[in-house]
Design a protein. Sequence first.
Length: 269
Amino acid sequence: MGLFSAALTKSALKKAIKKRYITINGIAATTATFIQGGERISLYIPEETTASKTLIFPLKVLFEDDYLAIIHKPGGILVSGNSFKTIANALTQNLSPSTLPDATKPQPVHRLDYATTGILLAGKTSSSIRALNKMFEDKKVAKTYYAVTIGTMDVEGEISTTIDDKPSYSMYTVITSAPSKRFGTLNLVQLDPKTGRRHQLRKHLSSIGNPILGDKEYGTASLILNGKGMYLHAYSLQFVHPFTKKEIILRDDFPERFKKLFPIDTLIK
C-alpha cells in the first residue's frame, strides 16, 4: 500500500512501469502483469547521472509552508509541459524544501494559459499534491479572475456552453467600462468560473462577442493588440488548507497594464 500511496498519479505509475522502475518478485513489471497476492513489489528510481541545465527564473512567492506554495505566474511562460522554461521547472529554486517525510519536487496543481498572469497553487509533498488535485476536482477551490474585454456588455451574466463535449459555466460582472477610440468600449470584468475547461474564460467571452483584449487566438482579427500581452489575470484563490484546516484567501496584485486602463486601486478592494 505504501508503494502506491507514494506515487503521485496513475500516469506517474505508468511511466515508472514503462521505465522498468517497478519489479514484482525481482522481475520487471508490465501493465499486463496480474497480481495474485503475496508478491513483493519494489519501486526503484535511479539517481540522475547526467548533467542537466538549471532554469534560472525568479518567482514571487505569495505564501508557503511545508505542504504547499502559492506563487505569482508572469505572462509569457508555460506552467508545465515539455519546454525547458516552465513554472514547474522553476519552482524548486524558488521554494524552500519541505521537511515532511513525503516531500517531493514541487508541482503545480492547476494550469494558467501561457499569456495569463496571476495566482498559482503548487504542492510540495505527495499527499498534498493528491489532496489539492482532489479539491480542484470537487470544486472546493474558488478562483476569481479579472479581464479587460472589448465591446458593450450586460452588467452581469452567466455563460453556459459545451467545451470539448463537456458542460462549462462562467459567471461575470462588469466592474466598470470606458470608451476607447480604437475598441469602442473596454470593460473591466470580474470572472468566476464554475468549471475548469481548457481556455474556458477566453472561449466564453469570445462566444458572447466580448473577447479579451490581447487574445490572439479567440479575439477579433481587426482588434488584435500586439506587444502588450493578454489582459486576463488570475486574481485570487480561496480554499481550506487540506492539512492545517485554516481558510486560505490570497490575492495577486494586478499587472501595471491593467492599472493604465482603469483606476484598479479604487475599484477593487
